[in-house]
Design a protein around this ligand. Sequence first.
Ligand code: AMP
Length: 542
Amino acid sequence: MQGLMMDTPLLISSILRHADRNFPEREIVSVTIDNPDHRYTYRDCFRRTRQLANAFVKLGLKQGDRVATIAWNDYRHLETYYALGGSGFVCHTINPRLFPDQITFMINHAEDRWVLTDPAFVPLLESIVDATPNVEGYVVLTDDAHMPATTLPNAISYESFIANESSDFEWPNLDENAAVGLCYTSGTTGDPKGVLYSNRSSVLHAYAGVAPDVLNLSNKDCVLPVVPLFHVNAWGTPYAALLAGSKLVFPGPKMGDGEALFHLLENETVTLALGVPTIWMALLQYAKSVGKKLESLDRTIIGGAAVPETMIREFFEEHDVVVRQGWGMTEMSPLGTANSPKAGMEKLSQEEKFKIQVKQGRAIFGVEMKIVDDDGNELPWDGKAFGALRVRGPWICSDYYKLAGSGGAHYDGWFDTGDVATIDEQGYMTITDRTKDVIKSGGEWISSIEIENTAVGHPSVAEAAVIGIAHPKWTERPLLIVVRVEDQQVTTEELLAWLQGKLAKWWMPEDVVFVDEIPHTATGKIKKTELRKQFVGYRLPT
Ligand code: AMP
């Protein structure tokens, strides 16, 4: 027997309608290049979003057509998300930090018809305009007064683009599986692959995101996504925050500026901020240098890369801020796990709590996970067995865009994340490596992430990366690559002596080398492929 419930499609336009009706006065604050302090309400935002939707329809876009954005986090980018996705068009977010040939590939592969860009990226787009001939025009996210001179064809300022449009727009009653957003993975090898989110997956992901053990979002919150709107939809905050009616603060081009972030957090009384570990290093360094405490911030969601214990401690001990680690990936919209305490854990000592917080967290409802051995056999949740991490759920990619059969649910309906992990008895998952970064020594796996996390606990270590170096007896042994804190002179011997006892004996790095800089991907992850190239001829001391 079937249930007798309404079959209402899950559409992102329904989030917008709900937020418009229930929280019209809620504020959205943005830093933009043309206005360092732009403020307006949800009501204003949705009025302009409807104008923008009308402007897109006038371009003659058809359902499913892609439009790219190359832009920082601000109110115009948010309006674009909803105007495109709500009308049945696809918002293809592009990371401006990628190489021009990668951006060219993405625009051509996605067949983007129009591009919306911040003024700062106009020169970048001009440099690839001949290689992207199918783009019909460009909307520059500014007003006429700040419109840069450009040779881009059919370039118009955003404010002119929407100026004469009606603010009445009937959001179409789409199929809930209609695509809403497209984001290419930042893969370090091969061509980027597109992940195509649907209305349904985005709404379910937003429902899951607001839950207490995940982002714990409500109307009372003020949210600062430092994670970019071009990095997996700023981890879903444009949908989750509006669904909950939270105030939103967008840092625009000030993403990596510790001082600017500090002032935004304080002045806007932000309660939740989200970002990758490197962003928070800049913020914590600034706060320390001026001897200031973060007063209003309650919690941070940190993910995208492993969060060092030192960072969790510093947030808690200096600022009373709880770090909640999250793990996920572009193919997962991105939320997979969140690290929140279970009942009874409040009784643990602070030291024991820190030990749990460095884990990547527990699966959130909607995501099933398991670890498997090389033959695909499921491994136990005992905190010791390492295995390939596989996931499934309604916001996990089933196939890459225009690459049918390429990569989605290939393992009996499970998606292989490319991560290697352990899961403990309580369900807390710990990433030990990317599959391709795993160090195999004497037939056993060594976790490069754990060595890196331990090494950054040394006060003279600013950043650490570990790669495997070929070894005649053990196949591979770990090499620790370190960027020292400025003016600190720790030596290889001192660092190795300090690590003794903190790592299993056979996990001890064979050697330490000091470098000025560790290469990063466009999303802030350590670029191990590059490091392996750099150290290709490196010989471990005998
Ligand atoms: P991306 O698709 O660019 O967001 O990258 C996803 C990958 O980032 C994951 O498969 C992990 O390897 C890594 N990652 C994300 N969050 C974490 C985390 N909290 N700890 C360790 N690695 C992470």
